[in-house]
Design a protein around this ligand. Structure first.
Ligand code: ADP
Ligand code: ADP
Length: 226
């Protein structure tokens, strides 16, 4: 089964910028896929469209075999997004951020608290649960964004440059966490501009340049060509 199938995806922003020029991309269920590209290549636009935060100009997106536009509210339940920018309410406590997020997906408070404890413990944030998010370090905020994206147990987790600006030690911890998550069955797509990160984590890689997918292959195959 394909977790994601994109065909002919095109995006022209209102200001006339052509961000995507007909991207075709498929990600198998269970895969760990890296979308690699320089700044401005079109990675965030692609992710934004998959998460229905950005409207596409043309093309189709299928999630777990179903057309995204036609089944939006149901398919959203399967997708978790870790955006690039912190977008918390700065005065809200860590635990409330997670419980409220679960609430958007109809998860009741008791269950949400259980899930929050699991993720906060795994991400080494449990002792910060009663802190306002503005009190957290950058690395803690990154981990909190991951916990938040997992509260509804998405089958597909999408991360937009999750380790940008993160020191190497924390980057390794985050990698190990994501690898475990993937081994337990979550399909993961991440964008990055570090080839090293893609190499460490991913089984498949897509390289995007100026809105075109110029490489799409197993990571191993790419490494043999380099
Ligand atoms: P990446 O995530 O790879 O850095 P983006 O998808 O953010 O790339 O950007 C792709 C192109 O689209 C860039 O030229 C960028 O300037 C442009 N772009 C991104 N968002 C917008 C927007 N909201 N309005 C207009 N142009 C945008
Ligand atoms: P659900 O049927 O509720 O959607 P999932 O199949 O998503 O459940 O997950 C089952 C359980 O495994 C959940 O409690 C979830 O928190 C836990 N889980 C999933 N991935 C991990 C992980 N990487 N580490 C620890 N627990 C995990």
């Amino acid at each position: 089964m394909l977790a994601l199938e994109i065909k002919g995806l095109t995006k022209e922003y209102k200001n006339g910028v052509k961000a995507l020029h007909g991207i075709d991309l498929a990600v198998q269920e269970g895969d760990f896929y890296a979308l690699l590209g320089h700044n401005g290549a079109g990675k965030s636009t692609t992710i934004g469209i998959i998460c229905s935060l950005v409207n596409k100009t043309a093309g189709s997106v299928k999630v777990f075999g179903e057309d995204l536009d036609a089944n939006l509210s149901r398919l959203k339940q399967h997708i978790g997004l870790v955006p690039q920018e912190f977008n918390f309410n700065h005065f809200e406590n860590v635990i409330d951020i997670l419980v409220n997020q679960a609430g958007y997906y109809g998860i009741e408070r008791k269950e949400a608290l259980k899930r929050a404890e699991v993720w906060l413990t795994k991400l080494d944030l449990w002792d910060k649960r009663n802190q306002q998010s503005r009190r957290l370090s950058g690395g803690m905020k990154r981990r909190l964004m991951i916990a938040r994206a997992l509260m509804h147990h998405p089958k597909l987790l999408i991360l937009d440059e999750p380790t940008a600006g993160v020191d190497i030690e924390l980057r390794r911890t985050m990698w190990a966490f994501l690898q475990e998550l993937n081994l337990r069955g979550t399909t993961i797509i991440l964008t990055t501009h570090y080839l090293e990160e893609a190499e460490m984590l991913c089984r498949h890689i897509g390289i995007i340049q100026q809105g075109r997918l110029v490489v799409n292959m197993p990571m191993k195959e790419l490494l043999m060509k380099l």
